[in-house]
Design a protein around this ligand. Sequence first.
Ligand SMILES: [Zn+2]
Length: 70
Amino acid sequence: MINTGKCPKCETKISNVKLENISVSAGFGRETWRGISYLCKSCNTVLSVQIDPISISSEILEAIAKKKNY
Ligand SMILES: [Zn+2]
């Protein structure tokens, strides 16, 4: 797919997207992950989905903090 900068459904030019928290099931050795989906602000079409990068970095920081306590 070529990135035209427009929503593939309603063809509104995308300069801003809406985020939604979702659950991503099964993968990389875990039952669920916190995920986010990116939606077209105009028609709510899902443009992309990914594992929430902020929750991943928080989990890494928590794991490091736990190790430092030993
Ligand atoms: Zn749209």
